[in-house]
Design a protein around this ligand. Structure first.
Ligand code: C2E
Ligand code: MG
Ligand code: MG
Length: 709
């Protein structure tokens, strides 16, 4: 029986342990509960059994003797079994709640870490694979002394294969430089080594040969262990776009020549080089094209554009062809600043003379006619030259001085070149001031008119006046038209000024016609500039003035210089014909200076011919011109044109012109241009312009402009 009980109790103990373990593994949160209950029961039972040894319980418990026989079993139940169950129960409750959880947690964490690692690996692979840039993970290969001699490729993506032109299969695990030696040549190897050594990431753009094409890559290298992760992005397209944008910013779209910004860069480089390198010289040529504005206004902007393109081609071609003394290696730079202004940097010249020689050659090449849209257009260049003398600090200073010299060239007769010198500064400042003042004067129409009488040669009576503009200036005194008309044309102010002259002159004529009672109505000559003639509103504004003043159209004579007429860019015939149709008469002014042929006169819709004073009083012996003047007068009369001789200053000139049958005359011999109040006396019907035999004119002297002023 004892043996059987012992077995039972041992079995119970094993069951208790198993129950505890099972609870630990799969039990609920209240683990160990059954074991605790069993343990407590057994301990109570053990206690009862122990108490059975005590006399007090003898008799209380039936079969006490039988129980006593179970002493061994009682011990086991009471102490071993109970303690075991209780221990297991408590362990189950405590240990399973913490250790088991920790074990589980650890296991879970390990599983998760494993999972994370796996997915991180997959993520890395996907990132690398899907990257649109080339990615390579490289491990350094070091020699015995620890120096990096190459890299092993541990991972690379498809894009990296494309960029390197090698399959991953041939590179993975292999020394990289052995298979792709150009990586050393193109600097990649050194960059990667310095990233490892300096522990600093590297990022830059570099140009590499990709197959037979040059490509741009953005390269980023970061240190990773004893190696690097290299990232290459092909940025060739972006680079190309950037290059196109830069090219557009640095070049003129019309001519394709470098623009101001590129020129300024190159000028600054030249200035810096000149300071560093003794003996290095450069020059700047500033070109402005004579008559460009007129061409543009008269033939239209398209022809103007074609002219600029043609000029640019000539500049390119001629700078290419320049041989000694200009060195070819430095690359002279022709640039367009805007409008018809071009600048050439002669980069590296052998002395100032070289720049002048280039300017002369360019002028020759540029003076040949351009055939544009069926028109033969001539536009010569005025060139300002600046030779760098080391004093320049920035490009603007050079361009300013070259512009000044160009302006000098232009005002000294066009198609010339002038080398800048310091004295020109003042002139420029003066010109700028004049420009400003002229604009203000034009705005407020601060001009006056003086009138020079035109005399009928046969009667010495007044036949008309020529209105001549003056600009009364508070500091400069009276400014003559020769000193501001060209500037007004250049500044585009001549049209409004000319309209004012027309209104004023016609208004004055209206007043004088009422006072004048000569055999023929008094007329007024008004000078027109080329820009007025190509102004679309000219005819209507002339008709408007005639209508407003009420003067007869034939009393108005519009003077156009021969050179304007001969400047055959625009056919002036239509506008002249329209003007004549409205009854206005046209005079060809300054005849003899514009190189027109006599046959030209036959087709010109003109009423009056004014022989330039250079033929009459302009030096030399007037008799030398006698034959020419005679021919011209005869031809004009045949064509039913009146002839006015300008600039008659002496009695001899007058006598000669009279003998040549010239019917009208104008000159200081009769009268200088005078103010209106002084012209009134000429209106008297009996007034005659008498001259003394000695050649001095009493009346004219009295009425001279100086006295009038
Ligand atoms: P032009 O039309 O040939 O006018 C004649 C010029 O010769 C005038 O000069 C006159 O003062 C000058 N002159 C007249 N007789 C003599 C003489 O005997 N000897 C000398 N040495 N000169 C004489 P001015 O007034 O200085 O005008 C110069 C030019 O300016 C004019 O030449 C004309 O082409 C232009 N001009 C004058 N007024 C106007 C105007 O209102 N509009 C335009 N577009 N041009 C004008
Ligand atoms: Mg005139
Ligand atoms: Mg004239």
């Amino acid at each position: 029986m004892t043996t059987t009980m012992t077995q039972i109790f041992w079995t119970a103990a094993v069951v208790a342990v198993l129950v505890t373990i099972l609870e630990m593994l799969f039990g609920s949160k209240r683990r160990g509960g059954p074991s605790i209950i069993v343990g407590v029961v057994l301990l109570v039972a053990g206690g009862i059994l122990a108490a059975a040894d005590h006399q007090t319980v003898v008799g209380l418990v039936p079969y006490i003797d039988t129980i006593r026989e179970f002493r061994f079993a009682r011990d086991i139940v009471g102490f071993f079994g109970g303690a075991l169950f209780l221990g297991c129960g408590l362990f189950g409750r405590l240990a399973t709640g913490t250790a088991r959880d920790q074990i589980f947690r650890l296991h879970g964490a390990m599983a998760m870490a494993h999972q994370d690692l796996k997915s991180a690996q997959e993520l890395l692979n996907s990132v690398v694979r899907s990257s649109i840039s080339g990615v390579m993970i490289l491990q350094a290969i070091r020699d015995e002394s620890g120096v990096v001699i190459d890299f092993t490729c541990r991972l690379m993506n498809h894009e990296a294969e494309q960029i390197l032109g090698r399959a991953a299969a041939t590179l993975l695990g292999q020394p990289l430089l052995k298979h792709v030696p150009c990586l050393r040549r193109e600097g990649f190897f050194n960059d990667a080594v310095s990233v490892i050594e300096m522990k600093l990431p590297y990022m830059d753009e570099r140009q590499c040969r990709h197959g037979d094409r040059q490509r741009w890559y953005q390269v980023a290298i970061v240190k990773h262990g004893d190696g690097v992760v290299a990232n290459f992005a092909d940025v060739s397209d972006r680079k190309r776009t950037e290059e196109q944008l830069r090219h557009a910013a640095e070049h003129d779209t019309l001519t394709g020549l470098p623009s101001r910004s590129l020129l300024t860069d190159r000028l600054q480089q030249a200035i810096n080089r000149a300071k560093r390198m003794p003996g290095y010289e450069f020059a700047v040529l500033f070109l402005d094209f004579d008559r460009f504005k007129i061409i543009n206004d008269s033939l239209g902007h398209e022809v103007g554009d074609q002219l600029l393109i043609s000029i640019a081609e000539r500049l390119r071609a001629n700078l290419r062809d320049i041989d000694t003394p200009v060195r070819l290696d430095e690359g002279h730079l022709p640039a367009r600043l805007g409008g018809d202004e071009f600048v050439i940097l002669l980069d590296g010249i052998d002395g100032p003379r070289a720049a002048v020689i280039v300017a002369e050659r360019l002028q020759e090449a540029l003076s040949k006619p351009h055939i544009l849209d069926g028109h033969e257009v001539i536009s010569t260049a005025s060139i300002g030259i600046v030779i760098n003398d080391g004093k320049y600090e920035n490009p603007d200073e050079i361009l300013r001085d070259a512009d000044t010299a160009m302006y000098q060239a232009k005002s000294s007769g066009k198609a010339r070149h002038v080398v800048f010198d310091e004295t020109m500064h003042n002139e420029v400042m003066q010109r700028l001031t004049l420009e400003k003042e002229l604009r203000a004067a034009a705005e407020e129409l601060q001009f006056t008119l003086v009138f020079q009488p035109i005399i009928a040669m046969d009667t010495a009576a007044l036949s008309g006046f020529e209105a001549l503009i003056r600009w009364p200036h508070s500091e400069r005194g009276t400014v003559l038209p020769a000193n501001f008309i060209a500037l007004a044309e250049e500044l585009g102010l001549i049209v409004p000024i000319g309209q004012w002259v027309l209104r004023e002159a016609c208004g004055q004529l209206k007043t004088w016609q009422k006072l004048h009672h000569g055999p023929r109505p008094l007329y007024m000559c008004v000078n027109l500039s080329k820009q007025q003639l190509i102004d679309a509103n000219l005819v209507s504004s002339v008709e408007g003035v005639l209508a407003n003043t009420g003067i007869a159209p034939s009393s108005l004579v519009l003077e156009i210089t021969e050179s304007t007429v001969m400047d055959n860019l625009v056919d002036l015939q239509p506008v002249l014909t329209r003007l004549r149709k409205s009854g206005v008469r046209i005079a060809m002014d300054d005849f003899g200076t514009g190189h027109s042929s006599l046959s030209f006169l036959q087709n010109a819709p003109m009423d009056i011919l004014k022989i330039d004073r250079s033929f009459v009083s302009g030096g030399g012996n007037p008799r030398d011109y006698g034959a020419i003047i005679h021919t011209v007068i005869q031809l004009a009369h045949n064509l039913e044109m009146d002839v006015v001789a300008e600039g008659i200053e002496t009695v001899e000139q007058l006598a000669m012109l009279q003998s040549l049958d010239c019917n009208f005359g104008q000159g200081y011999l009769f009268s200088k241009p005078v103010k209106p109040e002084h012209a009134v006396k000429y209106l008297d019907r009996d007034f005659r312009f008498t001259v003394q035999a000695e050649g001095t004119d009493l009346i004219a002297r009295e009425q001279s402009e100086e006295k009038a002023a």
